[in-house]
Design a protein around this ligand. Structure first.
Ligand code: FPP
Ligand code: MG
Length: 357
């Protein structure tokens, strides 16, 4: 087993981007160019309500040793993909039903809590273009404020009912097990692709799926719609993680907001790297040699490894797997009623396909 198979080899992350001024408070929504004006207006309005709810829930009473740490990543930004998915899921029932905004906020609070913990595990220095919570306040505060956010999630979810609490518990369980499985690595090199798909399904697919499902649940959408949306979310989440992993190799710094090869340099086993390492050509052999110690030492080895990866057939193989998941996500939408929100969910698949095309 090469040492890329465990996350233990991860090193501190390189500094990321500086915060970019945004023209709009909801750039992800803008990128979807929603043509139905009533839906566009409702989503904009509701996303603004979600922001207020997030800030309110992430506040401390001022006595914490690090007031500001709990809300730090929320104010730093983020795409708000998960709340948007929850709001779109709610369109399949009554989007004005009580609790829809709280459900959307729950999804983002779980995500942010998981980032507090993930950045400790990765010794990350930046997140959303600002110092990570662990970098600014230390690991103990980062873990405890992540826990505090989870406590706030539990309180918010309790107000939404038993099904919401159960979904939250199941999702948190999968998130943690995904991270644990990533830490332990595959049982053998042959198991690595299957192991990797199981990891990304749990650490990315689970919460994306739960987000769109929680919105549907809260809106009273029919159970068949909730199930179709859950399946859509699983595939979208997996595709989203794969597209992030591709961008780590193919993008330049201005596109991705981080140094290309960041995951590679710190020894994270992403799909394109796993596939490239299995390549038996001379280029595959050279890449295996470069990565034999797990993390990459120095800029010149990183540049060479990126060159090898960018010309590897593994990139097209990864794009094909990404397209398969996007296709499955699109197929899951087919059984849903043809309302404008369904078109927006399909547009999200397009956005993911285009960013790595
Ligand atoms: C980012 O992945 C991290 C996740 C998708 C999940 C993290 C989950 C945990 C730390 C388990 C704890 C969960 C809860 C609910 C507290 P990445 O490291 O591949 O991506 P990155 O480049 O954005 O860091
Ligand atoms: Mg990370």
């Amino acid at each position: 087993m090469n040492s890329l198979t465990t996350r233990a080899a991860r090193m501190p992350q390189a500094p990321g981007r500086s915060p970019q001024p945004s023209q709009s408070p909801h750039p992800l929504l803008d990128s979807l160019a929603v043509t139905d004006l009533e839906l566009a207006g409702r989503l904009q309005h509701r996303l603004t309500e979600v922001e207020c709810c997030l800030l309110e829930r992430a506040g401390t009473d001022g006595t914490a040793p690090a007031a500001g740490a709990t809300s730090h990543l929320i104010t730093a930004g983020g795409k708000r993909l998960r709340p948007l998915l929850a709001l779109l899921g709610a369109e399949f029932g009554d989007p004005e039903a009580p609790g829809v905004v709280d459900a959307a906020a729950v999804t983002e609070l779980i995500h942010v809590a998981s980032l507090h913990h993930d950045d400790v595990m990765d010794q990350a220095r930046t997140r959303h273009g600002v110092p990570s919570v662990n970098a600014r306040w230390g690991n103990a505060i980062a873990v405890l404020t992540g826990d505090l956010l989870l406590a706030r999630v539990a309180r918010l979810a309790a107000g939404l009912g038993d099904s919401a609490v159960r979904l939250y518990a199941e999702t948190a369980d999968r998130l943690v097990r995904g991270q644990l499985r990533e830490l332990s690595g595959p049982a053998s090199p042959e198991d690595q692709p299957a192991h990797h798909f199981a990891v990304i399904a749990d650490k990315s697919g689970s919460l994306i799926s739960a987000s769109v499902r929680l919105g549907a649940l809260q809106s009273g959408a029919p159970q068949a719609a909730e199930q179709a949306l859950a399946e859509f979310g699983e595939h979208l989440g997996t595709a989203f993680q794969i597209s992030d992993d591709l961008l780590d190799i193919t993008s330049d710094r201005t596109q991705s907001g981080k140094q290309p090869g960041t995951d590679l340099a710190i020894g994270i086993p992403t799909l394109p790297v796993i596939l490239a390492l299995a390549d038996t050509s001379p280029a595959g052999r050279e890449l295996r040699d470069l990565l034999s110690d797990g993390a990459l030492a120095g800029d010149s080895t990183r540049t060479r490894a990126l060159d090898l990866l960018r010309t590897s057939p593994a990139l097209d193989d990864t794009r094909a797997i990404l397209a398969t998941h996007l296709g499955r996500a699109g197929a899951a939408l087919a059984s849903l009623p043809p309302i404008p929100a369904r078109e927006v969910l399909a547009a999200l698949c397009e956005v993911i396909a285009v960013r790595t095309g």
